[in-house]
Design a protein around this ligand. Structure first.
Ligand code: BGC
Ligand code: NOJ
Length: 939
């Protein structure tokens, strides 16, 4: 079976060996403010914080060919008169004009290290996707080009280190062109409002003069940064993108070559590429020289042109920095003081041996660092057309030497060493170890940062941070950087309404609820309990509950976070339907089960259209299960707060002197438990179909997900949530429901969402029935909800079944990469189900709650290492063939080496536990006492 790459676990990389993957296989750069998406051929884009409002580089979704736009390098080698010694000239190389301008007898060779965009056949190619970095290496005719892409920690820039090595026996003369295309900030309007866009583009070009340190000379190979009088790095060529940089907009982007001199540049797309060429054959590259173009409107780009000579065996590094900066209002523009010249005009100087094109005069560097030929205003005043570049200069200076770049890269790798050392497993099964130790954790960081906003399936303009999505994502991430999870919880809770309902999404840049989509998704509030409790169990930080958090971001409305949890719980209690089951509202977890939408208008979006919930009887069994599950967590939290003196004290502080915190929490726990018990009874009575849990009742009160239904007789969500919540465990309901999942939902690639698939549109169900059978929410394998059933299997103590389901959707077990199509190192949202035209074909890779849920499943429920309020609970539920495994777990200030032994080949059940050599009670949590501990568990 054809493969396109392999795992290199030692380096924590996935190595792609064939650039023509079945779909672009991408990676993510950056993990805090500045982000990039990068495909295995260099495609993708960057943005700052918000993929919609601060898009830095342009990308064409759904282009032809796929994955058009990115950070591209073109290498041009003029054809030798005769083939290199012992070699031949590759006829697949592009034929172009000879240097003389005549049609050459022998073609120049033009190629890209990532194969694309030139697509010249390479002699070798490799792409290594690692933890927040990507290294792409290609070689052609004895020259190797290797580019390392990463975003240094705490930096608003992507660094690209290109290393050119001459592996041949002869001198190589190369022409190197860099390329990136600017986006006009708002990624949505950038794609549509051309009557405006094509007039707004503006750039600046800065070539900082080289000025030798006093009394010294400039050694171009020197690793030390040379300062130009302007404050820029001497010799650096920087192209600034400043569209709309006026009083209203305070940010700009830049692309700099920091450690070598560029002999030219381009900033206007059509001048560089040509209206009738494309990314694969830009006219400047084909002609072998830049046009030094200055963009005025149209499509601004940034391209450097560098001439490189390499002796046999020689290697040279070129550092490019693609960055973003924001200026304070009063420091936005350049003060002209330092730029004055005797004539009051910046002198023009032309690139050696070249002439100045008068139409490009503004782009020619003046020795002073000013824009050549520009009229200067009087001394000390501001030029409101020129950016104050201090911030860019500082970043460029930081990354102007190879040593500095390598050190920053090392720092990034060390951060990942730290993040990935909090939970590691040695199980003897390399696939399991690789998922747990590397890729599942890495994907959790990515989903935490991006929610569902920007991937190769999410355009970054449609969705902000989801309320339910982000709460789930943080559960997979909280052990990595708890402080960031804490802030996320506060941000999410701040978008809640006083009745417990909430905005379904918010924008990361403003942190405000998104009005386009609004609220009314009745599962959303429960997820806040889910996220917050996971945070407290990981950190032991109960103080988060005392944080004062507003409603809908309105100052003055603050209540404690605990109060937000209480109203979240009550939002379900206050919104029950005719069977006393939770009303669904616009939708529950399944955004496409739109029971109150009734859309007949094909121009309407199911997701944003007005719903008619008036008089609706639509109830959700998924929310019922979710309520019981998260409600139990809420009760457990209240009981814990009642026991803790700080919990009681915080209550007293919030409720006035004399109030008895301990009693109040216990009372609240009892009240909540009453609601949960009632819900359990209702589910047993009105939510059971005989062999499985019903899915819902529709607007009219008819059953959904019942054997009485024509199609969609069984749904996975309610099986997952009701089994996880253990509803009817003692009556055999859990086992029966799990058996039904196997019988009706399971197939070779995982469990489908519903069965049988809908084959026609049902107006009373909405979007779910708009999908073809086997895809997405209509009987696709929605990987996100497979782990719910897997956890259900562990509740039923069926370790072998849990394991079988787990390995079916786990990337490390993918057999047919061609069929699976998307990245084989991360989970995807959906794999085409058994009713689809192509079962097994994956889609929507990367940004899916599957990552967090499978992390939870494998670490806490299969391996069974589960944080509690006091410490760790150990409760494995594993395949009987797993005879032993070792887990290293850092929890708060405690570090545990846990050895689990399964001598009798059991699936679950612990016989004995010893902590630091002493026997402890089996069902007591192991306290997170600071320091190192060894734990031995015998099953
Ligand atoms: C998709 C869902 C998604 C929703 C909101 C639907 O078209 O099928 O998976 O959650 O849109 O964007
Ligand atoms: C994707 C959404 O991000 C998630 O919130 C939703 O639950 C699933 N689609 C299912 O519709």
């Amino acid at each position: 079976m054809k493969t396109f790459g392999y795992f290199d676990d030692k380096n924590r990389e996935y190595v792609i060996t064939d650039p023509a993957t079945p779909f672009p296989w991408i990676n993510y750069l950056g993990n805090e403010d500045f982000f990039g998406l990068i495909s295995n051929t260099g495609g993708g884009y960057d943005f700052y914080k918000d993929a919609k409002f601060r898009r830095i580089t342009r990308y064409r979704y759904n282009g032809v060919p796929m994955d058009a736009g990115g950070r591209y390098f073109y290498i041009r080698e003029e054809a030798p008169l005769s083939p290199p010694e012992g070699g031949t000239i590759d006829p697949s190389a592009k034929t172009i004009e000879a240097p003389s301008g005549a049609v050459g007898g022998a073609p120049a060779c033009i190629w890209s290290p990532g194969w694309k965009p030139c697509k010249t056949a390479l002699d070798s190619y490799e792409c290594r996707h690692g933890m927040n970095y990507t290294r792409i290496t290609g070689s052609k005719n004895g020259v190797e080009a290797s580019v390392l892409f990463f975003v240094p920690l705490k930096t608003w820039a992507e660094v690209q280190k290109l290393t050119l090595t001459n592996k041949s026996g002869e001198t190589k003369r190369l022409k190197l062109f860099s390329f990136t295309e600017w986006c006009l900030w708002n990624a949505a309007t950038d794609m549509e409002n051309f009557q405006r866009n094509w007039s707004t583009g503006e750039v600046e070009i800065e070539k900082a003069p080289l000025s030798p340190p006093e009394g010294g000379t400039i050694d171009p190979s020197a690793s030390k940064t040379i300062e130009a009088p302007s404050g820029a790095v001497g010799g650096a060529t920087t192209i600034y993108h400043k569209t709309e940089y006026k009083e209203r907009r305070n940010h700009y982007a830049y692309y700099a070559l920091t450690n070598a001199e560029a002999q030219g540049f381009d900033t206007d797309r059509e001048s560089f590429i040509g209206l009738y060429s494309d990314f694969s054959n830009p006219q400047c590259v084909m002609a072998g020289k830049p046009s030094n173009s200055v963009a005025h409107g149209w499509s601004p780009i940034a391209s450097h042109y560098v001439e490189v000579e390499l002796q046999p065996g020689e290697s040279k590094d070129f550092i490019f920095v693609l960055g973003y900066a924001e200026n304070e209002q009063e420091k936005k523009f350049e003060t002209q003081a330092s730029l004055s010249s005797p004539e009051g005009k910046a002198p023009l100087s032309s690139p050696e041996g070249d002439t100045i094109d008068p139409s490009a005069s503004k782009t020619i560097e003046a020795p002073s660092g000013a824009v050549g030929g520009a009229l200067l205003t009087s001394l000390g005043s501001l030029d409101r057309t020129i950016i104050n570049k201090e911030k860019a200069h500082a970043v460029i200076a930081r990354f102007s030497t190879v040593e500095a770049v390598d050190a920053a890269f090392e720092e990034l790798c060390q951060m990942w060493d730290g993040l990935l050392s909090k939970f590691t497993v040695e199980s003897g099964n390399e696939r399991l170890d690789r998922m747990v130790n590397i890729w599942n954790q890495y994907q959790c960081m990515i989903t935490f940062c991006f929610s569902r906003s920007a991937s190769f399936f999410e355009s970054g303009v449609g969705r902000g941070m989801g309320f339910r999505d982000s709460n789930q994502d943080l559960v997979g991430f909280v052990h990595q950087i708890p402080s960031r999870a804490r802030q996320r919880i506060i941000d999410i809770a701040s978008t809640q309404f006083p009745d417990g309902g909430c905005y379904h999404q918010y924008q990361p840049l403003t942190k405000r609820g998104n009005n386009d989509i609004g609220g009314g998704f009745n599962d959303d509030p429960c997820w806040l309990i889910f996220g917050t409790v996971a945070y407290i169990k990981e950190t032991g930080d109960f103080s988060i509950l005392d944080e004062m958090v507003p409603f809908d971001n309105q100052p003055g409305t603050e209540v404690t976070l605990f109060e937000h949890l209480r109203i979240s719980f009550d939002h379900v209690v206050n919104n029950l339907g005719p069977h006393a089951l939770p009303l669904i509202g616009r939708a529950d977890w399944n955004d496409c089960l739109n029971l109150n939408c009734f859309s007949w208008d094909p121009n309407e979006s199911f997701q944003t259209t007005e719903n008619n919930s008036e008089g609706s009887k639509a109830e959700s069994l998924m929310i019922a299960g979710l309520f019981v599950l998260t409600g139990k967590q809420y009760v457990e939290l209240c009981r814990e707060l009642g026991k803790r003196s700080d919990g009681a004290a915080a209550y007293a502080k919030a409720n006035g002197e004399g109030s008895d915190g301990a009693a109040a929490y216990t009372e609240e726990a009892d009240r909540a438990q009453g609601c949960i018990d009632a819900m359990v009874e209702v589910v047993k009575k009105h939510g059971w179909d005989g062999e499985w849990y019903l899915r819902a009742y529709d607007f009219y009160g008819n059953k959904i997900g019942s054997k009485e239904c024509e199609e969609g007789k069984i749904f996975i969500e309610s099986q997952g949530f009701c089994t996880m919540a253990g509803i009817g465990l003692e009556d055999g309901m859990v086992d029966k429901a799990l058996d039904s999942c196997k019988k009706y939902l399971d197939c070779e690639h995982g469990m489908v969402l519903n069965n049988p698939a809908f084959t026609r549109y049902y107006v009373e169900m909405g979007e779910i029935s708009s999908y073809p059978a086997g895809y997405k929410e209509n009987a696709g394998i929605f990987c996100h909800n497979n782990p719910w059933v897997i956890i259900g299997e562990t509740v039923a103590r069926r370790g072998n079944d849990a394991w079988e389901h787990y390995t079916k959707i786990c990337p490390a077990w993918i057999k047919d990469q061609q069929l699976h199509k998307v990245e084989p190192y991360v989970y995807c949202q959906m794999v085409a189900g058994k009713d689809a035209a192509k079962p097994g074909e994956g889609k929507n890779s990367w940004l899916t709650g599957t990552a967090a849920w499978n992390w939870l499943t494998v670490t806490q429920y299969i391996l069974g290492i589960r944080p509690t309020f006091d410490g760790l609970e150990i409760d494995p539920c594993i395949p009987s063939t797993l005879t032993e495994y070792k887990v290293h777990r850092v929890l708060r200030d405690a570090e545990f080496e846990i050895m689990v032994k399964n001598p009798d080949g059991k699936e679950s059940g612990v016989t004995s536990i010893t902590l630091d050599g002493k026997t402890v009670e089996r069902d007591r949590a192991i306290p997170a006492t600071p320091g190192k501990h060894t734990v031995e568990v015998i099953m």
